[in-house]
Design a protein around this ligand. Structure first.
Ligand code: ZN
Length: 254
């Protein structure tokens, strides 16, 4: 009696990655929960305990701005000091080896940069919480300087160059998706031959549209996420395991 040895999902993922010339990674909260960063949207997450401050309110109200900066510097966002984990380093290694061209991320925690991925290979759909910018002239401001000012004056003064409002460089609830990153993400999605989702439930549109478009364009689709996602039925390989463990095993098979 003969029996085919079943091929594990990790082996299938590794085989697809070996054959790929141009992979793109798409990362969500699940890759960073392995670094101890809470998933804001999950049950029990930050947004179930604390109302988000909407963009319109931040712009309209000095009081809301104080509240937002107070949360930020009180570390109520819960991510200051987090370090990249094996999942981030695996993505960095694949980009460095030329296997992957870009990482599109829903995260704002700067951990892909911290793991060594060049900034120009990282497409941030929701911005970056590790610095601030002027909403009018887009000058960059460092949080350490703003924190010092906030702690001594209780507020954050407008941009000294243009009098615009200074805000954490994240995309808030109610704020328009950033045009250039969305466009770059679409381009990478349509030019990849393998689209790998790491730690996203793929429930937030328009971001969740990218794997669908990659698949429709002929790319292979691999999803690694603890819980089932809305796109599991489209995927060539689905792995409901940890990202650090999975990526470590996949890289060992390349
Ligand atoms: Zn300005």
């Amino acid at each position: 009696m003969t029996q085919d040895t079943p091929i594990s999902p990790i082996e299938r993922f590794a085989a697809i990655l070996r054959a790929s010339q141009r992979a793109v990674f798409f990362t969500g909260a699940g890759i960073s929960t392995e670094s101890g960063i809470p998933d804001f949207r999950s049950p029990g997450g930050v947004w179930t305990k604390m109302q988000p401050i909407y963009f319109q309110d931040f712009v309209a109200s000095e009081e809301k701005r104080r509240e937002a900066w107070g949360r930020r510097f009180g570390n109520k966002d819960g991510w200051v000091g987090a370090q990249p984990n094996r999942g981030h380093y695996a993505v960095a290694e694949l980009i460095q080896r030329g296997k992957a061209k870009a990482v599109i991320t829903q995260n704002v925690d700067n951990l892909h940069q911290a793991s060594g991925v060049p900034a120009d290979r990282i497409i941030e759909l929701h911005g970056n919480a590790s610095y601030a910018t002027c909403l009018s002239c887009h000058r960059r401001y460092e949080l350490a300087d703003i924190e010092r000012e906030f702690n001594s004056t209780g507020s954050v003064a407008p941009c000294p160059h243009c009098n615009g409002i200074i805000k954490s460089a994240t995309i808030s609830f109610g704020q328009q998706m950033p045009q250039l990153p969305m466009q770059r993400a679409a381009e990478e999605t349509l030019s990849c031959d393998l689209f790998v989702v790491l730690g996203s439930s793929l429930s937030v549109f328009p971001a969740a549209d990218f794997p669908l478009r990659a698949k429709q364009n002929g790319a292979a689709l691999v999803i690694v996420n603890r819980d089932p996602t809305e796109m599991d039925e489209l995927a060539d390989v689905i792995i409901h395991e940890g990202i650090g463990d999975t990526m470590t095993e996949v890289i060992a098979r390349l």
